[in-house]
Design a protein around this ligand. Structure first.
Ligand SMILES: Cc1cc2nc3c(=O)[nH]c(=O)nc-3n(C[C@H](O)[C@H](O)[C@H](O)COP(=O)(O)OP(=O)(O)OC[C@H]3O[C@@H](n4cnc5c(N)ncnc54)[C@H](O)[C@@H]3O)c2cc1C
Length: 548
């Protein structure tokens, strides 16, 4: 039922008939879960969103016409973003205004544009709004009911749980004992962080796995044996899972943290085919997981694979939850961030020093001076993302230019952004703080001069390495731990190769063990290539299974 506290959808159009018609169609589909608010001008829309935000009411979507007296649609969406940064923003325009709409998408001010007329709404309106609202909901933290996480925002264990819940797309409310008296009362006498379920059950400082079973994530396999077992649920693993299961293979995917992998931590992936306005990593993960589940893939998480052995045609995985046997094994374990080699950084990890985008921390960055270390696309995306929340963002780059390692569209946006500063040839050599990060020491690599700067947030993106030691000698790896496949296998890697045929393109030195994505030797390190390899590898899985 419609409820005054339901999240809002704000519609903007200066033509009363159009406004009435779009409100009717939007209300028909979404009226039970959202409040639909009509506004007749950009100014009125901005004012409405400001008032909603000040009252703490959630704004899910703003859908605006472009050509209006007063401020136009693009400017309206820009101003709305200042009050409700998480709200989805879309334009509903006449054909003549599509250039403005595309420009708004390119500048990151709009998520999508739709054309008038939107008939029939089932084809021309609802699919897009369904997607935008599902994406918004995935990050929505209702202020009441639901799962509550009580803790201190600087605790590393609290960060771990927030990250785990967000990346597994489980809505929760975070109650900060530093700022909230009711949180302190709830936490009295308990070991923090404390999780309180909707039924009132209290879990003190739980491990991710304990929390997983409470929130209904599956950790035990249903079967003893699978045609295809996949280790790692990033884009490569999810693609293998979708292709494998859709082609009839009994498929299990084992993920140690949350499906989505590195891509799941990205604020916006802009170069993935079919999503002209980009999509967030969380959205990609959510779509991949629901597609895989629809085809019957068993997803086990959080479950880590710790070892593997080959026994004739069988591959047996040793996991933190027992053994899983299969005929074909897909390794899609990606890469992990390299740690910052700065004094004091390790002790402050999760308490101000974060690896990767740590999207859950974005809200905490409001009014803070944030530092981002690194010069790759992921660092660039993160700087732009945090600049939506923080007072200012400084990028610390070891090299002499951003362009050497970052896509030009990101370089252009960073250079044009008034709240982002880039310090080339600078590096972090130390991190200080008792309970949480308070200072960083930054060294100028040319002069050698160091200075200490106050900050609470340091996000590190300094390259990545695979974690494949658990594979032991089962498959051939290169000196950095990436797994060799097909033509990249050297003669000495194939000493024990038992078959007449050569290894397939994405097959390792062990028959029936395949690799896809970033963990492969000489891989491209892109979402699309990981998805492509994950899909292609399944064709070789079929050939392997047919030969057994
Ligand atoms: C912040 C950020 C932004 C990015 N932006 C873009 C972009 O805009 N465009 C683009 O094309 N690429 C982008 N990338 C790169 C892209 O995300 C990666 O190339 C892609 O995710 C690789 O996919 P993958 O499946 O091979 O590995 P990953 O995404 O790394 O996934 C591997 C998964 O395996 C799991 N795993 C590892 N070991 C085990 C184990 N032993 N047991 C169980 N599970 C295990 C991990 O937890 C992880 O979930 C970005 C990366 C980052 C970090």
């Amino acid at each position: 039922m419609a409820d005054a506290r339901n999240p809002a959808i704000v519609l903007v159009d200066d033509e009363p008939d159009v406004l009435r018609a779009i409100a009717r169609d939007v209300r028909r589909r979404y009226g039970d879960e959202y409040r639909v608010i009509r506004t007749g001008s950009g100014e009125e829309a901005v004012d409405t969103v400001r008032q909603l935000a000040e009252r703490g009411d959630a704004v899910a979507l703003v859908l605006s016409d472009q050509r209006m007296p007063g401020i136009g649609g693009v400017e309206t969406l820009k101003r709305v973003q200042e009050h409700a940064p998480r709200a989805k923003r879309a334009m509903l325009t006449a054909y003549a205004d599509t250039d403005a709409a595309i420009g708004a998408i390119n500048d990151g001010r709009a998520d999508y544009y739709l054309l008038k007329p939107w008939d029939p709404p089932e084809d021309a309106l609802y699919p897009v709004l369904d997607d935008l609202l599902a994406d918004w909901r995935a990050g929505y933290r209702p202020g009441y009911g639901g799962l509550r996480l009580v803790g201190d925002r600087w605790s590393a264990a609290g960060h771990r749980l927030r990250d785990f819940l967000s990346r597994n797309q489980i809505p929760y409310t975070f109650l900060d004992v530093e700022r909230d008296e009711s949180a302190r009362q709830l936490a009295e006498g308990a070991e923090l962080p404390l999780v309180i379920t909707p039924e009132g059950e209290r879990l003190e400082a739980p491990a991710n796995a304990d929390l997983a079973s409470i929130v209904g994530l599956r950790q035990q396999p249903e079967r003893e044996f699978y045609d295809l077992a996949i280790v790692g649920g990033g884009p490569a693993g999810l693609a293998s899972a979708v292709y494998g299961a859709s082609e009839g293979l009994k498929t299990v995917l084992v993920e140690r943290e949350a499906p989505g992998g590195q891509a799941g931590t990205s604020s916006r992936i802009e170069n993935y085919l079919g999503f002209p306005s980009g999509l967030s990593g969380a959205d990609l993960a959510r779509r991949g997981v629901s597609q895989a589940r629809r085809f019957g893939v068993e997803i086990l998480a959080p479950v880590e694979v710790e070892g593997v052995r080959v026994d004739g045609p069988y591959k047996i995985l040793q996991t933190t939850n027992g053994e899983i046997a299969c005929h074909a094994l897909m390794l899609s374990t990606g890469v992990d961030w390299r740690k910052l080699p700065a004094e004091g950084a390790e002790a402050l990890e999760g308490r101000g020093v974060y690896y990767g985008a740590a999207m859950t921390e974005a809200m905490g960055c409001t009014d803070e001076h944030v530092f981002v270390v690194g010069a790759g696309n992921s660092a660039g995306q993160a700087a732009l993302h945090f600049a939506d929340y923080a007072a200012s963002v400084t990028m610390l780059v070891r090299g002499g230019s951003l362009a050497a390692s970052m896509s030009q569209y990101l370089v252009d946006r960073i250079e044009a952004h008034e709240r982002i500063e880039v310090c080339l040839r600078h590096e972090v050599t130390g991190c200080g703080g008792a309970e949480h990060l308070e200072t960083i020491t930054v060294q100028d690599r040319d002069s050698g001069a160091s200075r200490e700067i106050e900050t609470h947030y340091l996000f590190v993106f300094i390259g990545a390495r695979p974690q494949t030691d658990w594979l032991g000698g089962v498959v051939a790896r290169d000196e950095r731990g990436f797994v060799r496949t097909g033509p990249d296998l050297r003669p000495e890697d194939l000493d024990g190769w038992p078959l007449e045929r050569d290894p397939f393109l994405l097959e390792t030195s062990a028959p029936g063990v395949f690799v896809a994505g970033d963990v492969r030797h000489e891989s491209v390190k892109r979402v699309a290539s990981a998805v492509g390899e994950g899909s292609v590898a399944v064709a070789f899985v079929h050939q392997h299974l047919a030969s057994l």
